[in-house]
Design a protein around this ligand. Sequence first.
Ligand code: CP
Ligand code: NVA
Length: 317
Amino acid sequence: MKHFLKETDFTVAEAAKIFAMARDFKRRRARSKGAKSVLAGQTWAMIFAKSSTRTRVSFEVGIHELGGNPLFLNCRDIQLGRGETIEDTARVLSRYVHGLIVRTFAQDDVERLAAAGSIPVINALTDLLHPCQIYSDAFTLAERWAPAGGDLLRSLRGRKIAFLGDVGCNVANSWIVGANLFGMKISLAGPKSYAPGERIRTLLADQGLAAGYHYTPDPYEAVADADVVYTDVWVSMGKEREEKQRIRRMRPYAVTAKLFAAAKPDALFMHCLPAHPGEEVAQAVLDNPRSVIFDEAENRLHMQKAILAVLARAARR
Ligand code: CP
Ligand code: NVA
């Protein structure tokens, strides 16, 4: 069974097709052309243990637009939240629905759901990774950089992304994997105690990718020659108890107008959102004409429709 639990669950060739499909879905939607047959008659369950605006809404709307039925299940409302095992949950839901979209804490939990069930599973964010975000972000960049009708993935090769702040969070981890998969360079700057760890190096090695990333404690070194400046919140979901110390340690890595100006003159600013203006990023940077934060958010919809279509097709074989 084909799943999407991490960026490398698709090969570069498969990713190229998915990116092209996302572009097609985006164009069709702009022309009000439907794609209702893709998930016709299917129900996809969305098991969420954490809050969400973009991921929840883009998946619910996307499944609906593909002719399917999204079934939102808050973890607190199902027996999983009262101790039913992950394996039994996966086996039972596999008898009812055609796929699972899961937002939770441990990456191991999505892996266990995928292993025990007999339907595709999509990782909609764990503490370790956020692969739907990174595919959508990379698509957002490729849309801007690829020549009209040209190869989307090729346009990413050799480009440099600088990630500032919480360099150990799910989005940073996923960007490390994504940058390596898509042939980009990545430089991360944040407090050393949050620097990418053994888990991400092992993941890269397991996927046959070299540990190609650069860490520096100096934010200006990270953004030098960068095509993209990226940041995420300093206090991810589940880390609320560390809030004070995180804010204190990460403050030198805030993306100010001055820091953004130290990247390439045409550099783009990205943030997965939600943002905390005045904390990890200045309002002026969020509002900068080179900020593409709302394109990223929109592209979640088009990219996830492509991922759903590919997994549904693979499951039918
Ligand atoms: N970027 C993102 O995943 O947003 P939500 O938490 O609102 O889903
Ligand atoms: N790192 C953030 C991403 C939110 C989309 C979190 O996990 O809360």
